[in-house]
Design a protein around this ligand. Structure first.
Ligand SMILES: Nc1ncnc2c1ncn2[C@@H]1O[C@H](COP(=O)(O)OP(=O)(O)OP(=O)(O)O)[C@@H](O)[C@H]1O
Ligand SMILES: [Mg+2]
Length: 631
């Protein structure tokens, strides 16, 4: 894994772009942040007046009065040399605050208290604004990202979905998204806020003493270096732990989906051990990340503490020995440094968190970066209908680029409105062949043409609108029977659904169920029997009323009695449509207009049932075998 982990600005920018979609909210939030920071530092700055105009002045006035008293008692007329406070005051006379000149001390105190209270009110209003708007933006952006990722994933082709583990996808949609949410939060609350606080603080520090403020710049580069150094490590370990999280989720989905096998083979202990191992790997990886985070925080904290202590030492030196700053300046500066500690601390803290959570965002964006392999050509046109027929031209296909060919140089022709049967032993490539028609996969070589036009020239949406499929493994959504028949196609009315249910003999069992067609079929349709599920998928194809019909073992789960009845419905359905049927039970395909026999991915025979039997080739053998097994 030579992957370079960097908390680079591009990743952050990609995240920030989602935030920038809500510019006015963002602007409001920035406003609140700015005003909040200003009030914050103003309060620290007010300490200067408290010291210079209240404490020092009060001190010197009392000292003066006392001196006058003792002077009078001793009969002296003139002061006998400056005392400590006077000495301190004298040096900075011009620099002493003139804001409150001529005001009585208590008045100054009153003004300061009122100002501090008003600032407090403003600060809390702004605090509410920035927190609420920040969270609002965070959830808004997360909804956007989650929807976008889901939309994108659904847009990816079957080759991707065939390979990716579902648990890993689930984990990405949950755990990586949670990490991304954190990244958004840190971006909003720290990446945006803390620099504002820092810059305002720095400005305040410069205002008080430019020299001391400059010293802050000496610590900064070291701090940044430490942050960046650890940021990379944190990100790498975070990505690894998220990866393991994917494995864990995948193990969970596997064991719960396969609960029947787990139970019947008593795999509980084996599965739990496997699960524990994955969790322990996760813990190890996460702890590595935690260690890096803690180290990073510890070191930055140390740097800050040492640095600010040194600056304070310098400040005291400037106050006591050089006398270039007032005691108020020193207090204000210390206050400001202390207030700046927060942004620095939380920036360094959140930099680590950001690194960890950006790893999740990066994995998510990795998904968004994937391009569907099957997509509309730039000049794709809608498919209006088929007049002449469908032709497979020298079609070759393999699932993986370095794997064996599953289909080889296959040529076949199908006319409009006829029924074609595809026959062959298991694994011959029948399902694969028919998956190429709706472009679940694209041919590797050769092409499939509708009226002489490559299917890749049509828009995918229009192509799929013309095809209805009953696939080998019936899949039902956890919804009502009616919803499973309609499958989201809006033009299908309730009557259409009912008619399709009637024709596919769904009604027969549905009327026994509570709610009839509104009956919930359960997860994967598990509340129904295998045969019932298959009938629902047939009704689904009937309701779609498409020009091309693909039936892959559509009646395999039905008993021979029901099969006959459904076969009847299917035959009505096939009338006038271009149909491809795959069936192991040859009796269901005897009446096909033409039979294609596939062996090892190649077309070996074609003709009608009678012709092929006469020929005495592969078909005749298959037919003979089937009769022998009594099917
Ligand atoms: N998603 C896939 N990835 C890789 N190989 C696959 C995939 N699906 C099928 N295959 C392989 O392609 C070959 C053809 O499979 P296909 O499903 O087309 O067979 P079939 O003729 O429909 O068989 P059956 O009658 O058992 O349904 C098989 O060797 C199978 O192992
Ligand atoms: Mg198959």
């Amino acid at each position: 894994m030579g992957k370079k982990y960097r908390v680079d600005l591009r990743k952050l920018w990609r995240l920030a772009r989602y935030i920038f979609n809500y510019k006015s909210v963002l602007a409001f939030m920035f406003f609140c942040m700015l005003v909040f920071s200003i009030t914050h530092f103003t309060r620290a700055y007010l300490a200067k007046f408290l010291v210079d105009d209240v404490i020092v002045r009060a001190g010197s006035e009392t000292a003066d009065a006392e001196k006058r008293k003792t002077d009078a008692a001793a009969g002296k007329a003139a002061p006998a040399g400056p005392d400590l406070i006077e000495k301190a005051e004298k040096g900075f006379e011009e620099r002493l605050s003139t804001y409150f000149a001529g005001m009585s001390i208590m008045k100054v105190v009153l003004v300061l208290v009122i100002v501090i209270m008003i600032l407090g009110v403003i600060a809390s209003v702004m605090h509410f604004g920035k927190v609420y708007l920040g969270r609002f933006l965070m959830f808004r952006v997360i909804v956007d990202i989650r929807t976008q990722v889901a939309e994108h994933l659904l847009g990816l082709s079957l080759d991707y979905h065939g390979e990716v583990r579902k648990g890993v996808l689930l984990s990405k949609m949950t755990n990586d998204l949670a990490a991304t949410q954190k990244a958004v939060q840190f971006t909003l609350e720290d990446v945006f806020q803390q620099p504002i606080t820092f810059v305002v603080g720095l400005a305040a520090a410069f205002y008080v003493s430019w020299f001391l403020a400059l010293c802050i710049f000496f610590i900064l580069p070291v701090l940044i270096y430490v942050l960046v150094y650890f940021g990379r490590k944190i990100m790498r370990h975070s990505a690894k732990s998220l990866e393991t999280f994917g494995d864990i989720t995948d193990l969970m989905t596997q064991m719960f989906l396969g609960i029947r096998v787990v139970k019947s083979y008593r795999m509980e202990k084996y599965k739990v051990d496997e699960f524990r191992r994955a969790n322990e790997t996760f813990m190890r990886r996460v702890l590595r990340m935690v260690a890096q985070k803690a180290l990073s925080r510890g070191i930055t904290e140390l740097l800050y503490n040492v640095g600010s202590a040194l600056i304070m030492l310098l400040g005291c030196y400037m106050f006591i020995v050089l006398k270039t700053i007032t005691p108020g300046d020193l207090i204000a500066f210390v206050g400001i440094i202390a207030t700046m500690y927060r942004p620095i601390k939380s920036l360094s803290h959140s930099y680590g968190e950001l690194a960890a959570s950006l790893a999740g965002a990066e994995r998510l964006f990795g998904l968004v970066n994937l391009e569907p392999t099957v997509k509309d050509a730039p000049d794709a046109k809608p498919l209006e209908g088929i007049k002449h027929g469908i032709v497979f031209k020298d079609v070759s296909f393999r699932y993986v680029s370095d794997g064996d060919y599953v289909l080889k140089d296959l040529n076949l022709k199908a006319g409009v409105g006829k029924v074609y049967a595809i026959v062959g032993r298991t694994g011959a490539g029948k399902s694969t062949l028919l998956d190429l028609v709706p472009r679940f996969y694209d041919t590797v070589e050769g092409s499939i043409e509708f009226d002489g036009v490559d299917v890749r020239k049509f828009t995918l949406a229009s192509l799929l609108d013309h095809i209805a499929i009953v696939s080998q493994d019936p899949f039902l959504f956890n919804a009502s029977i009616a919803d499973n028949i309609r499958c989201g196609v809006e033009r299908i009315t309730d009557e259409d659904v009912r008619a399709a249910a009637e024709a596919a003999h769904v009604m027969e069992f549905a009327k026994e169920k509570p709610g009839v067609l509104d009956y919930g079929v359960g997860e994967f349709g598990n509340n129904l029997s295998g045969g019932e599920k298959q009938r629902v998928t047939i009704a689904r194809a009937l309701a779609k009323d498409a020009e091309i019909l693909i039936l892959d073992e559509a009646t395999s789960s039905l008993d021979s009695e029901t099969q006959k009845v459904v076969q009847d419905a299917l035959e009505r359905l096939m009338k006038g449509r271009t149909t491809f049927v795959i069936a192991h039970r040859l009796s269901t395909i005897e009446r096909a207009d033409k039979i294609f026999v596939i062996e090892n991915g190649s077309l070996v025979e074609e003709g009608t049932h009678a012709e092929l039997l006469d020929k005495g080739g592969v078909y005749a053998t298959l037919y003979g075998e089937e009769l022998a097994t009594g099917q």
